[in-house]
Write a protein that binds this ligand. Structure first.
Ligand code: FAD
Ligand code: FES
Length: 278
């Protein structure tokens, strides 16, 4: 059987803006070189892409931008290994390869008219930012929005230049938390799950969308359940190791589920049905 190799062909894109979010995380804005693709490219919040640095390799990143803002895409990259280090070495004007968009997405159609509770930690805010800015651009379609976002220190928070836009949007509350403050930090000091418990957002007609370190998710789930959120009302996005992104390599499966095809977005009800080894 022959394989369609065009599946793996990246599209050329030029990095036109790089924002240093934290000491180890940068956000890249990329513009497709083909004007037709630049205009036609669209996606949904929660989807991901494969980004290649020529001569180095390829890695998976969620789309951190919103499809409501056309002409470019953004992805935020935490430096952890060879490929992410090579991305961090790039400068504005350099080219990368992009394949995608892949995977399913946050069910924004079903979220219409509902209260939204975002719970993000660290770089896990990247896919949530895509959905959040999507909802803010279509503000009248969604109900009240609570955003909980935590990091280890104030210097580890990404998207700080968007906080004022988020917190001043109509009917939106932004709750920032750090594990350890500094001399300038006047906000909450403590872990996100505890902050969620203290603020106690209503579960009625609400959806909770979470992404962050496993320990944050682990302790947030019981708080959400205590508030009355059912397993169907809690949505998360999984970051399993991936290679092909298109259901071919078998790298990302959990039992019969391929995270790259069936996910990466799952309800907690779906995750509970995964095999016990997960
Ligand atoms: C659907 C999806 C969305 C992602 N979105 C983002 C994103 O928006 N921003 C971002 O910075 N990263 C994201 N990642 C993770 C990103 O793909 C990895 O950090 C990247 O592949 C690391 O490549 P590397 O060559 O630099 O590091 P490697 O040399 O491959 O690994 C360095 C270290 O990072 C760990 N690591 C690598 N990949 C993962 C992973 N997927 N999960 C947990 N640990 C991992 C390795 O175990 C190792 O300890 C996402 C992954 C998936 C699957
Ligand atoms: S990443 Fe290859 S099958 Fe999912």
């Amino acid at each position: 059987m022959t394989e369609d190799r065009s599946l793996y062909l990246p599209n050329l894109a030029v990095i036109d803006r790089i924002a240093q979010e934290t000491w180890d995380t940068k956000t890249f804005r990329a513009v497709f070189s083909d004007p037709g693709l630049r205009d036609a490219f669209t996606y949904h919040p929660g989807q991901f892409q494969e980004v290649s640095v020529f001569g180095v390799g390829e890695a998976t990143f969620c789309l951190a931008s919103t499809p409501t803002r056309r002409g470019y895409i953004e992805f935020s990259v935490k430096r952890v290994g060879a490929l992410t280090a090579a991305l961090h070495e790039l400068t504005e004007g350099d080219a990368v390869g992009i394949r995608g968009p892949y995977g399913n997405w946050f069910p924004h159609e079903a979220m219409r008219g509902k209260r939204l509770l975002f719970v993000g930690g660290g770089i896990g805010m990247a896919p949530l930012r895509s959905l959040l800015n999507f909802c803010l651009d279509r503000r009248s379609e969604f109900g009240h929005i609570d955003i909980f976002y935590g990091a280890r220190t104030p210097g580890d928070l990404c998207y700080t230049d968007e906080f004022d836009t988020w917190r001043t949007a109509p009917d939106v509350n932004l709750y920032l938390a750090v594990d350890k403050g500094d001399e300038r930090w006047t906000g909450y000091v403590g872990v996100v799950p505890r902050y969620v418990r203290e603020v106690a957002p209503a579960a009625e007609n609400a959806v909770a969308i979470t992404c962050g370190p496993p320990v944050m998710i682990k302790f947030t789930l019981p708080e959400l359940q205590r508030l009355g959120f059912t397993d169907e009302q809690i949505i998360t996005t999984l970051e399993m190791r991936m290679k092909c992104g298109v259901g071919k390599c078998g790298r990302c499966n959990i039992g019969h589920t391929y995270v790259c095809l069936d996910g990466p977005v799952f309800t907690y009800a779906q995750i509970r049905r995964f095999p016990p080894e997960f």
